[in-house]
Write a protein that binds this ligand. Structure first.
Ligand SMILES: [Zn+2]
Length: 319
């Protein structure tokens, strides 16, 4: 197998033929149908879409309601039409926690969504600017997670990351959460050791061009091993790569990392962590989700006039 990482994606794909992936952090609402098809073709069988902010602040409670509702309804349906099982986490994101009058109202409706089928955690919550309001609603949502017996997906800040990550963990422990139920996300080489040492799950987001690239990710797995580590794309409306997970798996394979290790960090650990919600049945997607694009939801379909449905009822994977 070649040792270079300057191969193109077509060449990479050969390395991961037959593998399956679970992306535990991706914002599909912001992505296109081409992305869904490419993800399916690359072996992604299931994903988690965390609730987050939309690039501009929402002005009222109804927009939150409609957004949460879309995560458990339409986006889940849309994903299923591309052969990918869709789960979500529900929460008030850190940025919008700073609008306290609105945040109060959002807190009241969160329980209406947290108990719905396919909701596998409270997320993504935590710190952005590390303000007092962010801390207040982070704490309140940790309590909601305890009540609902759901894992927590924690967004760590991009500025002052080390301090923000430590604070996030200390507060979760203070509220009596079991660290094995808390996924600390957006780690880097500076934060990973403390996260793992304290018993939390460590999520890594592969960002194109900046921060955590997948060469660095391979080195993290070589150094720390696969336990409680999970890779994600966090792809959203910004510059991001919805294939970050399979591309990282391919790079790991080419660097000689064993298949069972790759499987843990790109599939199994995420299922273990978020499966504690009782909402993930791996058998639903392990052998491929049946696709029938002729289905409709409330009379709506992903097909446009004259389009033929793509139907692959049996197994998945790379052609
Ligand atoms: Zn996110």
């Amino acid at each position: 197998m070649p040792e270079h990482s300057d191969l193109n994606w077509e060449e990479y794909r050969e390395a991961i033929r037959g593998m399956r992936f679970f992306d535990p952090h991706i914002h599909m609402t912001s992505r296109t149908t081409d992305d869904y098809q490419a993800m399916f073709d690359a072996g992604i069988v299931a994903l988690i879409e965390p609730a987050f902010w939309l690039g501009q602040p929402r002005t009222g409670l109804s927009s939150f309601k409609d957004y949460y509702s879309s995560l458990v309804n339409w986006e889940r349906f849309r994903s299923s039409q591309f052969g990918i099982k869709h789960y979500c986490t529900i929460g008030l994101n850190s940025r919008e926690a700073n609008n306290e009058p609105l945040a109060e109202q959002v807190m009241e409706i969160l329980p209406l969504f947290l108990y719905k089928e396919g909701v596998v955690g409270v997320g993504e919550i935590g710190f952005d600017d590390q303000t007092a309001a962010e801390e207040k609603y982070y704490r309140a949502q940790l309590e909601l997670a305890k009540q609902a017996k759901l894992p927590v997906q924690v967004h760590t800040p991009h500025r002052d990351k080390k301090n923000g990550t430590e604070r996030s963990m200390a507060i979760a422990l203070e509220h009596g959460l079991d660290p094995a139920w808390v996924i600390i996300d957006h780690n880097n080489e500076e934060t990973v050791e403390s996260v793992l040492d304290q018993g939390f799950y460590a999520g890594f987001t592969i960002y194109p061009f900046t921060k955590m690239g997948n060469e660095r990710m391979v080195k993290v797995v070589e150094r720390y091993g696969p336990e409680r580590i999970m890779v994600n794309s966090a792809a959203d409306w910004g510059i991001s790569d919805p294939l970050a997970l399979p591309k990282t798996a391919a790079l790991m394979k080419m660097r000689g990392i064993p298949d069972d290790v790759i499987k843990k960090v790109t599939y199994q650990n995420a299922i273990e962590a978020f499966g504690q919600s009782g909402q993930i049945d791996e058998s639903v997607f392990a052998n491929g989700l049946a696709i029938d694009q002729s289905q409709k939801m409330n009379g709506n379909t992903i097909l446009r006039g004259g389009q033929q449905p793509r139907i692959a009822k049996d197994s998945l994977l790379i052609k």
